[in-house]
Design a protein around this ligand. Structure first.
Ligand code: HEC
Length: 189
């Protein structure tokens, strides 16, 4: 009997305590357990005093690659030409050319012209405005390049032309190379 009385007294006290608290949203909450509030983790963009340059974002270890991505020796053209080869060399099938054409039309034609003619001949508003006209890529010079050289320029850029590695996924870059080969065969001048 005594225990029941005691328990009901506790319940009554708890209920009246809770109903007495009203939540004041203009004040910060009272932190009951503070351990989780003070995390040692560095937030994005926050300075990290423990590193020499106080940069908290770390560069990935050299050679780190996302799943499904091949690390390619593209730092140096001569190394690339020795170590890489076009897995689709000479493949002019419809699938390959249509894929290459899609990327060419979206990312390259605006400067180099839809047939690779380049220069002023590329009747594009962008090419017209450029001081250095985008070169022709169906001429003898570029036709004489290796597939890897073309792949290298697409991935790394060249001089004034920026890299297109972020625009043309690795998976479709050789198709683009083959499409340029196709343009070179069909639009020689
Ligand atoms: C914004 C304009 C622009 C776009 C877009 C562009 N290029 Fe270029 N490209 C240039 C210019 C300008 C050069 C010459 C750069 C230099 O040598 O300084 C060049 C050079 C090249 C060369 C070397 C030609 C030579 O004679 O040395 C190739 C090959 C090439 N581009 C292919 C491509 C491909 C493939 C794409 C699409 C993925 C592309 N370009 C997109 C402007 C562009």
């Amino acid at each position: 009997m005594k225990a029941i009385l005691f328990q009901s007294a506790l319940v009554i006290t708890a209920v009246s305590f809770l109903s007495a608290c009203h939540i004041d949203k203009s004040q910060p909450n009272f932190e009951l357990i503070q351990d989780m509030m003070e995390s040692p983790a560095i937030k994005p963009q926050e300075a990290d005093p423990s590193t020499p340059n106080h940069i908290s974002g770390r560069e990935p270890v050299k050679g780190t690659a996302p799943v499904g991505f091949n690390v390619e020796p593209l730092d140096d053209l001569s190394v690339a030409e020795k170590e890489m080869k076009n897995p689709l060399a000479g493949d002019m099938s419809k699938d390959v050319l249509l894929t290459g054409q899609k990327y060419y039309q979206v990312h390259c034609a605006l400067c180099h012209g839809s047939k690779g003619e380049g220069g002023v001949a590329a009747k594009s508003l962008i090419a017209e405005q450029m001081a250095l006209k985008p070169p022709q890529i169906t001429n003898e010079k570029v036709s004489g390049w290796s597939d890897v050289h073309l792949y290298y320029v697409i991935s790394r850029g060249q001089g004034l032309m920026g890299p297109y590695a972020n625009h043309v996924p690795q998976k479709y870059r050789w198709q683009l190379v083959n499409y340029i080969r196709h343009l070179q065969k069909t639009h020689k001048n």
